[in-house]
Design a protein around this ligand. Structure first.
Ligand code: PLP
Length: 399
């Protein structure tokens, strides 16, 4: 028996464990200090009332033999039509028309971002922005694929554009981006679509943070760009949109006309899902279906506005300090340059020790993340205000 030795090529993921260990060590040495975490990507607001009510109704359905649900409907890979139709409605409000069979309900974007690779040969070359959400790199290392990096730097506003002299088969784009908060305009995405069509490549577009976009020039879906249905798969999530990080629900769009080597990727994905996946629970799907109702959307917008306000507080604090950053405007992440030439971990230690504020060192997201630092807007307003006050005291008179 042989193991998949590509797993041995994975780097230990030290980032969040080291952040956690250093924070715990500091707290045990200074039990009187109130440490504020602006490091985690998890949400803090509870589910919207419309979602809770829908889930309660679904629990009741499960308790009567007339309305009990077992496995979900086969027809749409176990997605219920009411949920699929609410997602179609949300796309059509963006001017994008989708058929029911193009939407696949998932237990979150992370699983599908990894699982989609079942469709592609191990010989394909992958292009991944650096820095980026680590899942794209690790899942391809596990499969033994060759990975190229597209540099996301201050010079290109952390939005790498295609280099037509480089040949890639699978390209990941994440917009608004984790960790940099940078987001592509429709024109910029149009260039990536042009690249993918020319190279016969596939774009894997992670739109987990699309609900944070308010600037009308920025894209919320890759399908806002002509030609994207011939080259792109889109991954979406209720996690950050509606606080589903602990509930688990998302959706993946594989357009019917997306084909490679004469084979429909939509059909391949349906085959893959019906073989390896038995769907998302009825109760979860009914909760998710309430998100895009009029009432649900109004309520989740209130939660999103709460996080936006936190992002504004952090951005304004950095503006006053004269520290450069991206994100914070159409994204819950603020990606700041470490002050006084510190590297990412030096700044982490400095901020923890002197302001008792925890963030995430940018170097953990890729080589180009060195010298940067990620703060999130997902904390409470009180903690965010206090963290900003402390950062301002600490950093106002830096050398
Ligand atoms: N994509 C990005 C860019 C993320 O940052 C995250 C979570 O932090 C995910 C996907 C995962 O989302 P989900 O909770 O739906 O699996």
């Amino acid at each position: 028996m042989k193991i998949n030795s590509h797993f041995l090529d994975l780097k230990e993921s030290y980032l969040f464990s080291t952040v956690g260990r250093k924070t715990a060590e500091y707290k045990s040495a200074h039990p009187d200090k109130d440490v504020i975490r602006l490091s985690i990507g998890d949400v803090t607001r509870p589910l919207a009332p419309a979602v809770i009510e829908a889930m309660h109704r679904a629990v009741d359905d499960m308790s009567h033999k007339e309305s009990f649900k077992g496995y979900g409907p086969d027809r749409y890979c176990y997605g219920y039509e009411s949920l699929i139709d609410s997602i179609r409605g949300s796309y059509s409000r963006k001017g994008i028309l989708l058929d029911r069979g193009e939407i696949f309900i998932s237990d979150g974007a992370k699983s599908d971002l990894g699982n989609i690779l079942d469709l592609f040969s191990a010989d394909n070359t992958v292009l991944v922005p650096d820095p980026v959400y680590p899942v794209y790199v690790d899942t391809n290392i596990m499969a033994g694929r060759k990975i190229l990096f597209a540099d996301a730097t201050e010079e290109n506003g952390f939005l790498p554009m295609p280099d037509f002299s480089v040949d890639a088969d699978i390209i990941y784009l994440c917009s608004p981006n984790n960790p940099t908060g940078a987001a592509y305009t429709r024109e910029q995405l149009g260039e990536w679509v042009r690249y993918a069509l020319e190279k016969d490549a596939v774009l894997l577009y992670d739109a987990a943070y699309e609900y944070f976009v308010t600037d009308p020039a920025l894209a919320r879906s890759v399908y806002e760009v002509d030609g994207a249905k011939e080259c792109a798969i889109e991954f979406c999530s209720y996690s950050k949109t509606a606080g589903f990080t602990g509930v688990r629900c998302g959706y993946t769009v594989v357009p019917a006309r997306l084909a490679r080597e004469g084979v429909s990727l939509n059909k391949l994905w349906a085959r893959r899902q019906s073989t390896k996946f038995n769907g998302v629970s009825y109760i979860t799907q009914m909760g998710a279906a309430a998100v895009f109702t009029e009432e649900g959307e109004r309520q989740i917008r209130e939660n999103l506005d709460y996080y936006r306000e936190n992002a504004r507080l952090i951005s304004e604090c950095l503006d006053r300090l004269g520290i450069r950053y991206t994100g914070g405007k159409n994204s819950p992440y603020i990606w700041m340059k470490c002050p006084s030439g510190m590297d990412s971990w030096q700044f982490f230690d400095y901020l923890l020790e002197h302001a008792n504020v925890v963030g995430t060192p940018g170097s953990g997201f890729g080589r180009n993340g060195e010298g940067f630092f990620r703060l999130t807007a997902f904390g409470t307003k009180e903690n965010t205000e206090e963290a900003c006050r402390r950062m301002e005291c600490l950093l106002a008179h830096r050398g």
